[in-house]
Design a binder for this molecule. Structure first.
Ligand code: NDP
Length: 330
């Protein structure tokens, strides 16, 4: 089978030299194992963090080993009592066309309930991140103004829709006019700001948020977040979800001193890692699935075709190639 090996740790933006395609022999199936053919791969910003060997909340990728992440596969052969040929499964799988996996690491998925790729997005980790990051840390109340950066991506597009369900005014910041159209026309956002097309984001925020900002869901960090912070209301909540604008930085960027603003306006700012909420995932998925079924949540994904294009799809996250969740179909 073919796999994608983590060839070297990138400095700054990853590129072709980060990845290499190699062939390997599959081992024979042992009891409790299955042979999988991958059908969908998720590419996610957190993978950039795992490419660095700095201490973090997950183990870094090992150089010389295949990259891995959330993926969907079909069982081709089974020596497991829990899975049969033809079953669709989710697992944290190697970036390989075929692989042998232990059944304990897999979860069966019903492709009749929702398209399998949804389990990598709205019905998976990004959907849960949106739900818990907003509800538990943002604590939105009816009438609040909620601002979301990275608003047109996998997490952000769901955050905004859930905030609308809570009765909030929702403003999204994203990187193209097409994305802003999608947010306001399809996803019900009240306003959007294309940060790449403005030279005065402060003024744009003031216009879009005449009553100030009560909740900020931060996916990107950097200068966008500096501008939002300046307009937070008293007792605002900031849910720190991601800092993608900084993931490829080679030195620690500095910005304005925000502590006096947080202090005088009594702002609560809290980071979270979605695994913090693991014990509540079942409840979260149920909630999201029911909103999806009722048509209260819409879902968008950008599908890149072909195993060879997994690295390209991953790199595309950093240039904003995706609307909604970026997935690769093989
Ligand atoms: P997205 O689908 O949002 O894809 C990334 C998007 O980020 C791109 O489409 C691009 O959109 C935007 N972006 C890229 N570079 C920059 C930049 N320099 N400045 C501003 N925007 C940029 O990814 P996800 O929804 O999967 O993840 C969103 C964020 O949430 C990430 O930071 C991720 O690390 C974080 N995350 C955190 C979790 C947690 O447990 N805390 C769990 C899951 C995700 P645009 O066109 O708008 O620039």
């Amino acid at each position: 089978t073919r796999q994608i090996i983590f060839k070297e740790r990138p400095k700054g933006m990853p590129d072709d030299s980060t990845f290499s395609f190699e062939k390997t022999e599959l081992s024979d199936l042992k009891d409790g194992q299955v042979l999988l053919k991958a059908t969908w791969f998720s590419v996610d910003p957190y993978m950039r963090g795992k490419m660095s060997d700095a201490k973090s909340y997950t183990e870094p990728f090992e150089v010389g080993k295949p990259l891995n992440g959330g993926a969907i596969a079909v069982v081709e052969k089974s020596k497991s009592e829990n899975f049969k040929e033809g079953d669709t499964v989710f697992g944290m799988l190697d970036w390989a066309e075929y692989q042998v996996a232990d059944d304990k690491t897999l979860r069966k998925i019903d492709p009749e309930i929702a398209p399998p790729s949804y389990n990598l997005g709205i019905l998976g980790m990004p959907g849960l991140t949106a739900y818990f990051g907003l509800m538990k840390i943002g604590e939105p109340k009816e009438g609040d103004t909620v601002v979301i950066s990275g608003a047109a991506g996998a997490v952000g597009s769901v955050v905004g829709q859930i905030a609308k369900i809570q009765g909030c005014r929702v403003v999204g910041i994203a990187g193209s006019d097409e994305k802003i159209d999608m947010l306001t026309n399809d996803f019900g956002f009240d306003a959007g700001i294309n940060y790449k097309a403005t030279d005065d984001i402060k003024n744009d925020l003031q216009e879009a948020c005449p009553n100030g900002i009560d909740v900020y869901f931060d996916n990107v960090g950097g200068e966008i977040s500096d501008a939002v912070t300046m307009q937070l209301n008293d007792f605002a909540r900031v849910s720190l979800c991601g800092q993608i604008a900084l993931y490829n930085a080679t030195s620690m960027p500095t910005g304005p001193r925000i502590q006096p603003i947080l202090l005088t306006r009594r702002v609560k700012m809290q980071g979270f890692i979605i695994s913090d909420f693991q014990s509540e995932f079942g409840e979260g998925i149920k909630k999201i699935a029911s909103w999806l079924q009722q048509g209260k949540l819409k879902y968008e994904e950008t599908v890149v075709e072909g195993f060879d294009n997994i690295p390209k799809a991953f790199l595309g996250l950093f240039s904003g190639e995706n609307k909604g969740k970026m997935v690769v179909k093989v």
